[in-house]
Design a binder for this molecule. Structure first.
Ligand code: XUL
Length: 540
């Protein structure tokens, strides 16, 4: 019976696995490993370690491997037989790079089932830690590469994005510049997604067009490694990078290690892994224009499906490959859930209490506005963290709670304008999308309906959908994306949150004001105080 598919998601804070059943049209098994809690010996905080200074943020690839073993140990105790799984795909936090030595491929090819993965892979790294998407330490390298590629516009035209601190290319360049001997000893550089795929495959896996586009190394039109970008980044880089493949490409059969150890079927197909955002695009069923998704996770992202290539020449937005073979647009905020948690924790609140206060506070926050850069931000670019408050201070509970939530959505509305037409519906996903009160603020600020699904694991679900799609194509029982999505995403069971029309004008004006605050702090623009007082007079 061709019915079970596994989707894995190696995210910043956890590794999640879900199995979907095509007969029952539902998720039949879900498990997750939280890195901080379940692998405390790595000493991570929110899945990461801060090295040298707060701009240098890494994680441990060996921790992800250990989490994989732990996850399968947990999942195999469920009633579902791994043997029935027909295909597997996965998702990884984007941009993070894993540096492997010449032992790696031999090690994964010859895994001994009587030993753990960790014990057999620990000598495979030329660098023990992986810089991840939260790292903001490569401004110098970004400038160097951009200049070599002919400046902002030509870089974006070539790669689909400006050179960005967290993207893999500038990170690779920094490693080459600071530790040239270790760079030299690196045989393969993987992304989080292709690294995890390699372990399950028992061979070095390919990088898909979705995640490949987040490296500042892939030509966004030809979807091939770009010679100029490779050369501008580091010497002999092409030899160290795996080839690229379509996101729906089959990369091989599962490694015998997993067959023997956990009872998978040796015929199980592995589909290329991709980044968490491309996976989420399909995981929320976004394959048409006019709708966008907002994922509220460790990072907050705003993304949409693009049938044709469309670029942001201001350099804040990105274009990646989509699982369908087309494109997707995205903007990413580093100040996502960790920034919301800063406020919640400062006042020692539960999420329920946080919501209660949010609901009590008036729309427009009595004219109190926040620029919430608790961490370096990418949209807009802010390299030194700073939190700016207009009309209140850090001890004002109500001001801070509504301040951060309104700031996050005002900023998204302001900075997503390049994507074009206003969306007619927003799909909400990610952990914090479970909070209906936050979604109501989102709906009001965008003046758009927000749809909240039962399921928040959109990246893992998207990976399982991708596994199913490629498998059915392979056995000539093609299913359309719509068929797959409609089987598992029950629009009738989703909740539709409507914008409150009463606040349309207020938030249009507040958007303007927010833009003025941003330009005052970041671009030496005019002091927004008079405009803020006018706003207060008008609405409060
Ligand atoms: C996207 C980005 C983050 C990571 C982590 O560009 O950096 O969303 O994928 O989730």
């Amino acid at each position: 019976m061709d019915k079970l598919f596994l989707g894995l998601d190696c995210s910043t804070q956890s590794l999640t696995g879900i199995i979907i059943d095509f007969n029952l049209n539902t998720v039949v098994c879900r498990n997750s490993i939280n890195f901080d809690k379940e692998l405390p010996h790595y000493n991570t905080q929110n899945g990461v370690v801060v090295l040298d200074n707060e701009k240098v943020i890494h994680s441990y690839p060996l921790m992800w491997v250990e989490a994989l073993e732990l996850l399968f140990e947990k999942m195999k105790d469920s009633e579902i037989s791994f043997f029935e799984i027909k295909a597997i795909s996965g998702s990884g936090q984007q941009h993070g790079t894993v540096y492997l030595n010449s032992e790696f491929v031999r090690n994964i090819e010859q895994l001994d089932v009587s030993k753990t993965l960790v014990s057999q892979l620990k000598n495979s790294f030329s660098r023990q830690t992986s810089p991840i998407w939260m790292d903001s330490s490569t401004t110098k390298q970004c400038d160097e590469v951009r200049e070599k590629l002919g400046g902002l516009k030509s870089t974006i035209r070539l790669l689909g994005s400006n050179t960005i601190e967290r993207f893999s290319g500038p990170q690779i360049r920094k490693f080459f510049q600071l530790q040239p001997e270790l760079y030299e000893k690196t045989s393969i550089i993987h992304l989080v997604s292709s690294f995890m795929a390699s372990i399950m495959l028992g061979k070095s896996a390919l990088i898909d067009h979705g995640d490949g586009a987040g490296m500042n190394l892939m030509n966004i039109r030809t979807k091939k490694w770009d010679e100029r970008a490779l050369e501008a980044t580091a010497p002999n880089l092409r030899e160290k990078l795996p080839p690229l493949i379509e996101s729906y490409g089959i990369i091989g059969k599962i490694s015998s290690y997993f067959v023997e150890k956990y009872g998978f079927n040796p015929d199980t197909n592995l589909i290329a892994w991709s980044g968490d955002n491309p996976n989420s695009l399909i995981g929320v069923g976004l394959i048409e224009k006019g709708k966008v998704a907002i994922s509220l996770g460790t990072s907050d992202t705003y993304f949409g499906y693009l049938q044709n290539l469309f670029l942001d020449y201001r350099g804040e937005g990105h274009v990646f490959g989509a699982p369908t073979g087309d494109y997707m647009s995205l903007i990413c905020y580093k100040n996502g859930s960790l920034a919301r948690e800063r406020i919640k924790d400062k006042f020692n609140l539960s999420w329920e209490k946080f919501s209660e206060i949010l609901n009590k506070t008036p729309h427009g926050n009595n004219g109190k506005l926040m620029l919430p850069y608790f961490f370096p931000e990418t949209v807009p670019q802010v390299l030194e963290p700073k939190v700016c408050r207009f009309g209140f201070d850090e001890n004002d509970i109500e001001g801070n709670i509504r301040g951060i939530i309104e700031a996050q959505f005002l900023s998204m509305r302001l900075h997503s304008e390049w994507i074009g037409e206003k969306p007619n519906e927003i799909y909400a996903t990610g952990g914090a999308s479970a909070n209906r009160d936050i979604l109501q603020v989102m709906a009001n600020i965008f003046n758009t309906k927000v749809r909240k699904f039962e399921f928040t694991d959109s990246a893992a679900l998207g990976a399982a959908f991708r596994a199913a799609k490629s498998y059915y194509d392979l056995i000539n029982k093609e299913k359309t994306w719509d068929e797959i999505i409609n089987k598992f995403i029950d629009f009738k069971k989703s909740i539709l949150i409507k914008p409150n029309k009463e606040y349309i004008k207020l938030y249009d004006d507040m958007l303007d004001l927010y833009g003025k605050c941003e330009s005052f702090i970041l671009k030496n623009g005019e002091d927004p105080e008079i405009a803020r007082l006018e706003f207060i007079n008008k609405y409060f």
